[in-house]
Design a protein. Structure first.
Length: 119
């Protein structure tokens, strides 16, 4: 991955990545649809030392779910250089709360890996 890159989506994928200190393999096969009700995103910060990963499961399919997946990607871009994920997760929870008003729900796992500088 390149610095300042955000990669992901909600389509079928089988791909490997290398970031500072991590080897990542993403394998996704949405059930019964070309676009799944979930999303996977990986970002790399400007220095290339911080990798953030998001795995989300969103109830349903269609336009509303696709828009939420786009919104999650935008959130990753806006927060790509913040070491603490508090701001990102707070904004994501707000979007999930808005989404739940449509009688739907979403869950997510967010992880941030910060590679230590080489000695």
């Amino acid at each position: 991955m390149e610095c300042m890159e955000v990669w992901g989506g909600n389509r079928a994928v089988d791909r490997r990545f290398e970031t500072s200190g991590l080897n990542i393999w993403v394998h996704s096969r949405p059930y019964g649809q070309p676009l799944g009700g979930g999303g996977y995103y990986i970002s790399s910060c400007a220095s290339g030392r911080m990798t953030r990963m998001l795995l989300a499961d969103i109830s349903g399919h269609g336009k509303l779910v696709a828009q939420l997946a786009v919104n999650l990607c935008d959130l990753m871009r806006r927060n790509v250089n913040y070491i603490r994920q508090t701001r990102f997760v707070g904004a994501m929870n707000q979007q999930f709360g808005d989404f739940s008003e449509q009688d739907s729900f979403a869950t997510a796992l967010v992880a941030t890996f910060f590679a230590q500088p080489a000695a």
